[in-house]
Design a protein around this ligand. Structure first.
Ligand code: F6P
Length: 359
């Protein structure tokens, strides 16, 4: 008999349910008996000992459903060692819940922050298996995370919708795509949506260069320009600031504008006298049904996680490298970001297509 705990932590994304279903089905279909406990709202459920014993029916009919049926929350890693409500030691509380239920393993679905805590629990002696979820695709150790392909669909659709109205009105449009620290999503959605300019955190931009590209397009008779801008797009001037100076600068920016895109819009309007509009699809990018790719991908990762559990192999993230599902030691994953290489082939190819990164 195997006793498994399961939780989803951090920002949700598409295919979380599909991944959990994959783990559960592979275990229920094996010869060994299994009990699966679901923790409510991520690590919070583990800390507060809020769980329920799940059964087969919990995992049926959820392949196509967005969100997570277990609920999720953010439990920042940087405060994990600080006392929780009532002065409790959060790490100790999580361990107590694990031991109380006599779990063989805890399956944790999450992104970067989640993996830091998962690795900490591994270091504290718990058996952990993780699955890589995030629309940002920024987890180290896997070429792809589930949620990413579905989010590309949503963000691309937003750009497609803007294209027609931009063309009708001859305007410059900014579509702000999620991604504070990395630009995989804006890069892929921008390319898929035919954006003329893509701004990502890894490639600091120069407003004058963006204005020049817009002018070139106007001179060529193109009536509109579409920019796909990452939430964390950064100018060359800001990239030169110290961490402290940048934080201050962002505080100032946010006092005036809801996000970087609005400031870029204002600066572009000044630079080239054009009519600039901003559209922010925001959390719609994490919502709705997973695309078919993510359904299959998350199911495969889940099934492989089930196999590791059956073999008693713990301490791994189930990832994807060179078209193969692989197990990656958690200690290698935690705390590292997979960013877009500014000199990588996809950036070179995008530039060959005439896309400007404002650099
Ligand atoms: O990490 C996923 C993500 O959607 C990022 O792309 C985005 O910057 C962030 O979460 C938004 O966080 P929240 O849901 O807490 O507003």
């Amino acid at each position: 008999m195997k006793r498994i705990g399961m939780l989803t932590s951090g920002g949700d994304c598409q295919a979380l349910n599909a991944a959990m279903r994959g783990v559960a089905k592979s275990l229920y279909n094996a010869d060994e008996a299994v009990e699966i406990y679901g923790f409510q709202d991520g690590y919070q459920g583990l800390i507060k000992s809020e769980f329920r014993l799940l059964d087969y029916s919990d995992f049926t009919g959820i392949l196509t459903k967005g969100g997570t049926f277990l609920g999720s929350s953010r439990t920042p890693f940087k405060t994990i060692r600080e006392p929780g409500p009532g002065g409790i030691d959060k790490v100790d509380a999580m361990k107590q819940t694990y031991y109380k239920l006599q779990l063989h393993c805890l399956v944790i679905l999450g992104g970067n922050g989640t993996h830091k805590t998962a690795n900490l629990l591994r270091e504290e002696g718990l058996n952990i298996i993780t699955l890589p979820k995030t629309i940002d695709n920024d987890l180290w150790g896997t070429d792809m995370t589930f949620g990413f392909q579905s989010a590309i669909d949503v963000a691309t659709n937003a750009i497609d919708q803007i294209h027609t109205t931009a063309a009708s009105h001859g305007r410059v449009f900014i579509v702000e795509v999620m991604g504070h620290k990395v630009g995989w999503l804006p890069l892929y959605a921008g390319m898929a949506g035919g954006a003329d300019i893509i701004l990502i955190p890894e490639i600091p931009y120069d407003v004058k260069k963006i204005a020049k590209k817009i002018k070139q397009r106007n001179d060529r008779g193109d009536r509109f320009t579409i920019l796909a801008v990452a939430e964390g797009a950064i100018s060359k001037e800001d990239a030169a600031l110290s961490k402290k100076e940048y934080k201050k600068r962002m505080e100032k920016l946010h006092a005036k504008y809801p996000s970087v895109s609005y400031e870029i819009a204002a600066r572009l309007a000044e630079e080239c006298g054009c009519d600039v509009r901003v559209t922010v699809p925001g959390h719609t990018q994490r919502g709705g049904a997973p695309c078919p790719y993510d359904r299959v991908f998350a199911s495969r990762l889940g099934a492989e996680a089930g196999e590791l559990i059956l073999k008693g192999e713990y301490g791994f993230m189930v990832g994807f490298q060179n078209q193969e599902i692989v197990k990656v030691p958690l200690g290698e994953v935690a705390g590292k970001l997979k960013t877009v290489p500014p000199d990588g082939s996809i950036i070179r190819e995008a530039k060959m297509l005439g896309i400007s990164f404002g650099d």
